[in-house]
Ligand binder design. Structure first.
Ligand code: SF4
Ligand code: SF4
Length: 422
């Protein structure tokens, strides 16, 4: 188990470097052809997806040992999944799974990053991956929302750590709640009882802490007899839908991101965006809603003996194509007056905002560098605003825009929907 189970995948890497780029057949030009923030920033092969597999493979053979440089490579990865998608355009092999297992191994071996240790200490103490300020459910004060831990509801709205504790993002949780109210959805929140989904702890390598959080969340859901969870952020969406399923903890729970749910409510005629929002926008696909949000595939089988990497039954790979791409676009297109222009790297080939894999805590400079590249790409479309569907992306972009003096505005999709239905 652990990293060992991906020995064959790691040895299969032929060092072709396709994991650094948008696939050749889809490259639109010299600019914005790269997909991996890490290799683009550090310009040394070990920092790309393939390089990380080569190191993992060498580690299993005891050909390398932990050094400060090796750990620099491990922790300067956004865990965004773009390398896996580009590799799997042609190759049948796991990329993100061994990269994740390598991080888990680092944590098990005590080779952690101090900034991430601090985040995890906060998680263990407060059930939050971000610093705690006030009460978790304080964002809902003034709104008369049902407490899903006490009253029966059709839908649990899970807000997430960052939106709960960052007062500058409370507007997103409030907009989400007002949209659901407007559509007449019978929903509730867990308020102060809500706890971190734990997904980011897993990506940082702290598997046991992730499992603790996953079990806590599923116990709350079972106790409240919740059948559907709607998440306001792609991070809990990815955790509940993909990771909890991977570890067989999800059961029959239905998990929807707010953009999927709004699309459904619009189709059903329960939300009607009638008010004009005159704005030229471009849309950023959050990694955890897009390629990483693709459902988990449970596979059981064995490798066919011999040199070739062939399995019986054939193994299916998550190639990023089944992520949530159309619902947010459909929602934006339904808003009168709004003009959507696409960036060069979209959907499974989207460039990360810079906040993944704990990098915003361990290396904020790299995080801002990554965000600036996306802002430049957004500006190249001529859009007035960059729209995303993730509070973490919104915060990362807003901070980078403030630092660069760009005139681009940033919105979460729920802010524009709320304007259109008022
Ligand atoms: S990870 Fe895949 S795309 Fe990257 S170098 Fe290895 S085989 Fe090539
Ligand atoms: S997960 Fe993202 S940052 Fe890390 S190696 Fe892959 S593409 Fe690069």
């Amino acid at each position: 188990m652990g990293l060992e189970q991906y020995k064959g995948d790691m040895e299969m890497c032929c060092r072709c470097s396709a994991c650094k780029w948008v696939p050749m057949q889809r490259v639109a030009g010299f600019k914005f052809a790269n997909v991996c923030p890490s290799i683009s920033r550090y310009d040394f092969h070990s920092y790309c997806g393939g390089g990380r597999l080569n190191i993992g493979s060498a580690m299993l053979k005891k050909a390398v040992s932990y050094t400060p440089r090796l750990l620099d490579i491990v922790y300067n990865c956004q865990m965004c999944g773009a390398c896996g998608v580009s590799c799997n355009y042609a190759m049948d092999m796991e990329v993100m799974e061994p990269i994740t297992e390598f991080r888990i191994k680092c944590v098990e071996d005590g080779k952690t990053h101090p900034a991430l240790d601090k985040v995890i200490a906060g998680l263990r103490k407060n059930g939050s991956m971000v610093p705690v300020k006030g009460k978790r459910g304080a964002w809902a004060s003034g709104l008369k929302l049902k407490d899903a831990t006490k009253e029966k509801v059709d839908v649990l709205l899970h807000v997430g750590d960052l939106t709960s504790y960052d007062p500058s993002l409370h507007k997103l949780a409030k907009a989400t709640a007002r949209i659901l109210e407007k559509a007449g959805v019978d929903f509730g929140i867990a308020g102060d009882a809500e706890t971190s989904c734990g997904g980011e702890a897993y990506e940082m390598g702290y598997k046991d802490d992730f499992l603790t959080q996953a079990k806590k969340n599923m116990a709350l859901i079972k106790e409240a007899r919740i059948k559907t969870v709607v998440t306001a952020s792609p991070h809990p969406y990815h955790a509940f839908k993909v990771l909890y399923d991977k570890f067989k903890l999800k059961g029959e729970l239905k998990v929807l991101h707010i953009s999927e749910y709004i699309q459904q409510l619009m189709k059903d005629g329960r939300l009607k965006p009638r008010k004009k929002v005159d704005l030229a926008v471009t849309y950023h696909d959050p990694c955890h809603l897009g390629r990483l949000g693709e459902p988990w595939i449970h596979w059981q089988g064995k490798k066919v003996p011999g040199d070739r990497f062939v399995f019986d039954p054939p193994k299916k790979y998550r190639r990023g194509t089944q992520g949530v791409y159309e619902p947010p676009r459909d929602v934006l297109k339904s808003i009168p007056g709004l003009k959507l222009t696409e960036m060069t790297r979209i959907k499974e080939y989207a460039w990360c905002c810079g906040a993944g894999g704990g990098v915003s805590d361990s290396n904020p400079e790299f995080s801002r560098w990554t965000a600036r590249e996306r802002i430049e790409e957004a500006e190249s479309t001529g859009a007035e605003a960059l729209v995303t569907a993730c509070p973490k992306c919104e915060k990362t972009f807003s901070e980078a825009i403030e630092a660069t003096g760009s005139r681009l505005k940033v919105y979460d999709i729920v802010e524009l929907v709320e304007q259109a239905i008022e």
